[in-house]
Every structure is written in structure tokens, then in C-alpha cells.
Ligand binder design. Sequence first.
Ligand code: NOJ
Length: 513
Amino acid sequence: MKDWLKTAVFYEIYPQSFKDTNADGIGDFNGIIEKLDYIKSVGFNAIWLNPCYKSPFNDAGYDVTDYYTVAERYGTNEDLKRLFYEAHTRGMHIILDLVPGHTSLECEWFIQSQKATPNEYSGRYIWTDSVWTDVTGISGITGSYRGLSERDGSCAVNFFTCQPALNYGFAKVTEPWQSSMDSPEALQTRTAMIDVIKFWIGMGCDGFRVDMAGSLVKNDDEEQSATVRLWQEIFAEVKKHYPEAVFVSEWGEPDRALCAGFDMDFLLHFGSSHYMDLFRTDKPYFSYDGRGNLEEFFKSYLENLKKTMGNGYICIPSGNHDMERISRALDNEQIKLAFAFLMSMPGIPFVYYGDEIGMKYLKNIASVEGGYYRTGARTPMQWDTSSNCGFSAASPNKLYIAIDPDEGRPTVEEQMLDDTSVLNELKRIITVRHSCKELGSDSDFELISCGYPLLYRRGKKVLVAINPTQEEKTVECSAIASEIIYSYNGGAVLEDGKITVKPASVAYIRLEN
Ligand code: NOJ
């Protein structure tokens, strides 16, 4: 495992909304550079940047036109290189977002691929052999693009209609127009994507978050074994040249993703992880009324942990650009407890920009760049009380997405000055994680109870107790405390074979041998 990952705490930046330095209403690389010291001061030592390549932005940049050039709105390739450099001089790492499954309709590869005359790119995407033959009902394909090209065929798409699917082949070939995984055209697509990876790592990036990593090979089996093999082969090549590069998958199946060679995989709002039971169902575990249930979450988590131990990490995010924000169901006090949970779990925590101050999810706002409901979780970062909350000097009607109109909206500036803020609590919690090896990414995890309170042991020596409810909770617990490493809101008392956890509180307790 790469050494720096062992102590990594990631911050996800949606670049459009982070910090605008040229007053065009949209965030840029210089803005991120300006805020690196802030990011570091909270305790984050690694950053994941959502896609920043040239794109028509029909899906916020997850529709890439040119994998080798950044979008002008963010700056130049040189600016991005400088961002890598500035991060590295601060001991931080940056990973980019790789979108290997599809491109935009404007990508030169797709333009060439649509031509009736066969050319180098004819097999780069998944095409049927006639426009009258559609690509329905195939796993990994969400629809098709038909009747708009000179070429006689239907092209598979991966997500929105504007995202034609790149051709990595089919696990089971059942039609003449389908390529096998080892066909020349599928291998060419693979090589093209490996070249993209090498290019950016050569420019100084530390790795990638990989979009829809589990769905590249179509018609795959239930276990996604062909896609697992594809990634193993890609990593065999990439890691020959860049053994230090790290990869985190948007897969949601850590067992498969780590076997495929990823260093880390996310628990997500889809897949089998029950991630949503933590903070986002109508009865989230982290709520005052104590009606949540983490049994299914931990059943899946513990199975995954057992299978992946030593091979890489499971990442539990506070949220991301595809989900309603954590603040949708939790208030600031509950968010603090949620952070105390995230920062005391094994694997690698990810915090979505703005969650560190409890920024609100804005319901029912107009969709921007294919965001739809996701737009409400992508509003500009709230830095201070100056105009546009310090996000941009543009006029408010030019902003990428409007600022949260609520006058009581949180800002970084105010929270820095308030010792009781979410931001300051998170800082304290991350400091504790960084200073206590038992709480780190690699040490053991033993679940003691997943009801109320939540109890688990880390590295055999540290007991974590969390009680999100408004009532004191007492349960049997034979451990003996030696030191309270961290507590919030009263914490817990461990005595006479029992632990009592105060209402809405948390404690990390070092145990006697
Ligand atoms: C997952 C990304 O996180 C999401 O934002 C995007 O719309 C789809 N993949 C398609 O690339």
C-alpha cells in the first residue's frame, strides 16, 4: 500500500463551485491553490477533484471532449500542474477524476467514429451494425444514440444520451456487432485510456478517482469478473511505470474493486452497502429519535472488510456531488457525531466540500449542467459574509449556481471564529485521528454493538462510543478505561461493567490492557 494513503483524509472539490479568482462566476484552479492552506488547516491531506477536462458540460464534465486538455473555465494545463506542485509542497496529494466509460458527443474520437467510412475510431465505441438494431437490455448499457450519424448503426450510451459508451468489449459476445474483450478495437480503447492515465500522472497528479469503474465491460456476469480482469490488466501496465499512483473506484463493491487492483473503493448511494442507512434514509441512524438501523450496513461492511483486509481500503464519504448533502437529514450537532464516526472508521474518509461547515442542500433549484436533483448539493462554497459569500467577484446573476439565499447560511469565516462550530469540531476530530494510530486506516475493527449506542473497538485498544439519540444510553461493557482520547457533549462513562453514553455525544476511550 502506498504509504501516504495510510494516513490520508480526503476532501472532494467540485471545481465549478469552490473559488473563482477571475470573476467569471465559476471556480478555477487558482482558486483551489488559494485555498490549499485552508484545506490543510482543517486536517485534509489529499484532494479529489471532479473532472476538469474540456467538455460541453452536459453532465458537469463527466462528458469529456479532450482527455488531454483542461477546460478553459478552470485555467490551463500549466495551472493544473502548478496546483499539483503547490499541493505537494504542502505535503498534500491530488487525484483527478478519470471518466473511462464514455466521452462527450464532441470528442474527436466520437466524431470520427460516426463516419460511414471505416477509420481508426470506428470500433472505439459500441455500435450495432444497423440503425434499426438497438442496444437494449444489455447490462452496463443505459440507452442508445440513433439516427443522428452518417454511420448506419445505433451507438450504446452509458448514462445520459450525450455520453456514448467506449468499447472495452463484451464478456459474452452474442451478436456479430459485439467485440470481445481481446479484440483489436477493445484493446485499442484500453491503450488509449492507459495513455491518458500516464499523461496526467506524468504531469504530477497522484492518481485517479475512476468514474463508473465497474461497468466498462458489457454483458458482464453477476460478479463483474470480466471488468475485474480488465482493470487487473490495465493496472499491470500502469503500475509498471507508476507504482505510486493511487486509484479509487466508483464501484460500490469493495471486494470486487480491490481484487481488480484499486487501492480503495467507495461505499455509495447505490450497490449493496446500505450506505444510505447512515445519514440519508428517512430514518437515518444518525438522528435524535433513535429509529435507525445499521444491521444491514454492518453485515455488508464486515463481510467486505474481511475480504479486503490488507488489499486496500473502503472509503466512507460524508457525501458527494451525486447525493443530497448530509445536512438534508442531520443538523449541525448530528453532523459532528457523523464526522466522529467517519474519522474513527478504518479505510479512508472523504469529506465533500462544504460539509465541513454544514452547508445546506438546496431543494428544487433549477438544474445546472445535467445536475437535476444533484444541483442542490453543488452550490458555491460559502467562505465569508462578503458579496457572493467570497466565492466570486462576479455579479450574482453570473454565478454558476446561485448562492444559498438563506441569511443564516454558514460560512468558513464565521465557523473559524466559533469554537463550537462544526468546522472546529471536525478539526479536533481529524487531529485525534492523525495522532492516534489505532484510529487510522489500517488498524483492526471490531463491532461491539450497532444499536444505540454504537460501540466498536479500533486496534484492540480504543473504544468508540456514539449515541446520536436524545436519551442517555447504558449497555453492558466489560472494558476498562485508561484515558479519554476525545469526547463531545459529555462523552461516556465506563464503569462497573457498563458503559453510559450521554445524549447526542461521542467518546473515543483508550482501554487498559
Ligand atoms: C458518476 C458521476 O459521479 C456522476 O456525476 C456522473 O453523472 C455519472 N457517473 C456519469 O459519468
